[in-house]
Design a protein around this ligand. Structure first.
Ligand SMILES: [Zn+2]
Length: 54
């Protein structure tokens, strides 16, 4: 019998933009292998420590 996967047992990755760890989300279930950023802001390159004022 397979082990139950608890909520606290979800996979995690480190964001390539801000460097913070983030946890698997339902919306990434089909694309988890390709997920590199914790948020849309990081993915668009506008996130991070510095706030970009355009
Ligand atoms: Zn991030």
């Amino acid at each position: 019998m397979p082990r139950m996967r608890r909520k606290s047992d979800l996979p995690t990755k480190t964001c390539a933009a801000c460097g913070l760890p983030f946890t698997w989300r339902k919306k990434w279930e089909r694309d988890w292998d390709n997920v590199r950023y914790c948020s849309d802001r990081c993915r668009s390159g506008k996130g991070g420590a510095k706030k970009d004022q355009a």
